[in-house]
Design a protein around this ligand. Structure first.
Ligand SMILES: Nc1nc2c(ncn2[C@@H]2O[C@H](COP(=O)(O)OP(=O)(O)OP(=O)(O)O)[C@@H](O)[C@H]2O)c(=O)[nH]1
Ligand SMILES: [Mg+2]
Length: 401
């Protein structure tokens, strides 16, 4: 039987906690047959005596646990709870759930069912069919929640998931939560820690599933929802979004220097003897489909592309793919040849495109430079794929172990 521990932080929830414990242990847990359900309340010495209430209830419910500590904010309360659930309670899965009834207990069983059906990460979602945000919320708050969430979906490039800021989630320990460095989550004192945790869980999980959640309004007092929390949440999302794309940005930058070298070298070589000597070997082809091979500018384009390749190999090796850096003289030579082989495609692309354009539109500087631009998108996507697959091997092919 799978052991599932609900981690529930509480701070001054004396009014809610009794009813929460009763609803879970008397109404909800008995309906769940395929998992052993536990509740761990993480109370930061609430002055209103929340912890004392939990202690009393523990005499009645064996699967109720209490962890107390100093108040360090929402993220830390959850993090301490996760660690305790994994290390001390031996949880197979843990759930995030608030004590203030914003996550109605009746949705726990749906989350557990998705887990039993094979998901290793389950998201309680307000933005899929069957889910909702409180009707009482002012239109402005609804809009902020919706568009904020949409923004995070875009920066994290997760269009298939609908709710990335929900606080009601279930994660399997093995392979998902135990792979995460919990002590170094971003913004652990705030709500924003949830975005970092979610991002890493999605990466680790084999199967992520969204289950509808009818998010309830807060019953007591004022909401803590404020601009500070919101900004830090967006900040975390943006940092995560960029961190992942950093390699592509570096690759683009190196590519741009390569482009400049390419463009300048093309002009330098197009009028020279080297280019026309190569081209002169092929004068017989003039007037045929392969006539572009007899164009000096096509050869200049080939030479320019090769110079750009040397530039790109060097800088990608010491910068873009620094972590996978190739070392040792013979390794470098071998990789360079492989790199050239991989990049041969781009030399060919440029040779053909510029050769053809020169034949069609005449051999002018404008046409040659336009040729580079036309080749660029083809060359860029081709190279990025080849390098990731074969040179620095950062992409795994499914059939390769
Ligand atoms: N242990 C602990 N629990 C906390 C802390 N801050 C909030 N909580 C609890 O964490 C849960 C979520 O906190 P809320 O204050 O409801 O935060 P929220 O739902 O993002 O915002 P609201 O709109 O104000 O409800 C509740 O059960 C709180 O009692 C904290 O610093 N320590
Ligand atoms: Mg709340």
């Amino acid at each position: 039987m799978q052991k599932i521990v609900i981690v529930m932080p509480s701070y001054n929830e004396a009014d809610n906690i009794t009813r929460m414990i009763e609803e879970l242990f008397i109404k909800e847990f008995p309906q769940i047959k395929d998992a052993e359900m536990h509740l761990l309340v993480v109370d930061d010495n609430s002055p209103d005596g929340t912890g004392k209430i939990v202690k009393e209830k523990m005499e009645k419910h064996e699967n109720l646990h209490l962890l107390t500590g100093q108040k360090q904010g929402l993220g830390w309360a959850y993090i301490r709870g996760f660690k305790y659930a994994m290390d001390k309670l031996g949880a197979d899965a843990v759930m995030e759930m608030d004590a203030d009834f914003q996550h109605p207990p009746r949705f726990v069983k749906d989350m557990v069912k998705a887990y039993s059906d094979g998901a290793d990460y389950v998201i309680g979602s307000r933005y899929i069919k069957g889910g909702s945000v409180p009707r009482q919320w002012a239109l402005s708050r609804k809009a902020i929640s919706y568009f904020g969430n949409l923004f995070i979906r875009l920066v994290l490039v997760k269009p298939k998931l609908h709710d990335l800021t929900t606080g009601f989630r279930l994660m399997k320990v093995k392979g998902v939560l135990d792979k995460i460095d919990l002590d170094n989550l971003m913004e652990p004192t705030r709500f924003a820690y949830k975005v970092d945790l979610l991002y890493q869980c999605i990466k680790n999980a084999k199967k992520t599933v969204e289950v509808p959640l009818e998010f309830a309004p807060r019953t007591k007092e004022q909401s803590k929802f404020n601009p500070k929390e919101m900004i830090s949440t967006f900040k975390v999302a943006i940092i995560l979004g960029i961190r992942d794309k950093k390699r592509f940005i570096k690759f683009g930058t190196v590519g741009f220097t390569g482009y400049i070298i390419n463009a300048v070298a093309l002009e330098l070589f197009s009028g020279t003897a080297i280019a026309s000597t190569f081209a002169s070997f092929f004068t017989v082809l003039k007037g045929t489909v392969l006539g572009f091979i007899a164009e000096p500018s096509a050869w200049a384009a080939g030479i320019a592309a090769e110079l750009a390749i040397i530039n790109n190999f060097t800088f990608n090796n010491i910068w873009t793919f620094k972590a996978e850096k190739i070392k040792g003289f013979f390794n470098i030579v071998r990789k360079f040849l492989e790199f050239n082989l991989a990049a041969l495609g781009s030399v060919v692309i440029q040779f053909v495109v510029i050769g053809l354009m020169v034949v069609l539109f005449g051999d002018t500087r404008l046409i040659r430079q336009l040729g580079i631009l036309v080749s660029l998108p083809l060359v860029l996507s081709f190279n990025y794929t080849m390098y990731n697959l074969f040179i620095w091997k950062t992409w795994k092919l499914p059939w390769r172990k």
